[in-house]
Design a protein around this ligand. Structure first.
Ligand code: CAA
Length: 286
């Protein structure tokens, strides 16, 4: 498989999403440079990659030799300078505009002048990120869904400043990875989250009103609407902090009450109960 017109891709931030994206790229035969802020975070990223590919080996989807080949394609580093010869860099750091703008300003300095720089943001303005660089025509959004190795959709976001060729190259890359791109404009929530999160927020409000239990709402939507997961299982998978950020961003832009975050969501986030990743969200996990 080839990565379209890209052959070496950087991924900045190796949390759940970044590590998943790095795995998808390496599975697609691309050379990947994975960057984290320090050695401890880098080891956590290595852990995500080992576990995710290890799960595929256990399920008989990969041989151990193939797992090794995939992992060998990924170079891990804490030095941005190692991104100097990448032709695409995908940023997947936490959802804070100041942090993302700083990362992009630095990428703009170290990366090749013709490199495309992409953000995996799910809630921030790609345009605001683009204007932290001197190459806004080469900045795109590339929004993967969780879990990245499994979910087939990738939203490719262009701003009013993005050159159409950059959008087309990234959409080609997505197709070459066996995923389905949709190209969308820079609006909070893009397409999928803009539609999905109104529903998730209404589920949280329904639970808060005492109308039905968590488990019964989940069962109703899973069994009755044919969804792979009910809304609370899904929010726990996404991370309640991310859910709150996405809702706040859509609400800020739309002022649509359906997106005003349900108080229970804010309460759980304040309490540090963020879902599967912290061992408890709407549900407990062991
Ligand atoms: N990482 C890697 N692979 C994973 C995985 C993970 N975290 N979770 C599951 N998988 C893989 C499994 O290994 C398995 O692979 P194979 O078929 O190749 O063996 C496959 O996914 C199915 O897994 P399971 O049989 O264990 O479980 P399942 O059938 O219940 O599927 C699921 C799990 C794919 C997560 C499914 O429940 C699902 O599609 N849920 C909905 C997920 C969804 O809607 N995500 C989008 C959230 S919104 C978002 O991400 C946007 C945002 O900006 C917040």
């Amino acid at each position: 498989m080839s990565g379209g017109s890209f052959s070496k891709v950087g991924v900045v931030g190796l949390g759940t999403m970044g590590a998943g994206i790095a795995e998808v790229l390496a599975r697609g035969g691309l050379a990947v440079v994975g960057i984290e802020i320090n050695d401890e975070a880098l080891e956590r990223g290595r852990g995500h990659l080992d576990r995710s590919t290890g799960r595929a080996v256990k399920r008989g989807k990969l041989t151990e030799a193939e797992q090794r080949e995939i992992l060998d394609r990924i170079t891990l580093s804490t030095a941005f300078a190692d991104l100097a010869d990448c032709d695409l860099v995908i940023e997947a750091v936490p959802e804070r505009l100041d942090l993302k703008r700083r990362v992009f300003a630095e990428l703009d300095q170290v990366c090749r002048k013709d490199a495309v720089l992409a953000t995996n943001t799910s809630s921030l303005s790609v345009t605001e990120i683009a204007t932290s660089t001197a190459r806004p025509s080469q900045i795109v959004g590339v929004h993967f869904f969780n879990p990245a190795p499994v979910m087939k959709l990738v939203e490719v976001i262009g701003t009013v400043l993005t050159e159409p060729a950059a959008i087309a190259r990234v959409a080609d890359l997505v197709r070459s990875l066996g995923k389905t791109p949709v190209t969308v404009g820079d609006r909070a929530g893009f397409v999928a989250n803009r539609l999905l999160f109104g529903y998730l927020n209404q589920a949280a409000a329904m639970y808060e009103s005492g109308h039905a239990t968590l488990a019964d709402i989940d069962t109703a939507m899973k069994v009755g609407a044919g969804l792979p997961m009910g809304p609370f299982t899904l929010m726990d998978l996404i991370g309640l902090d991310t859910c709150l950020e996405v809702l706040e961003a859509i609400y800020r832009e739309s002022r649509d009450r359906r997106h005003a975050p349900a108080p229970v969501l804010r309460e759980l986030v304040t309490a540090g109960l963020l879902g599967r990743k912290t061992g408890r969200g709407f549900y407990p996990y062991d």
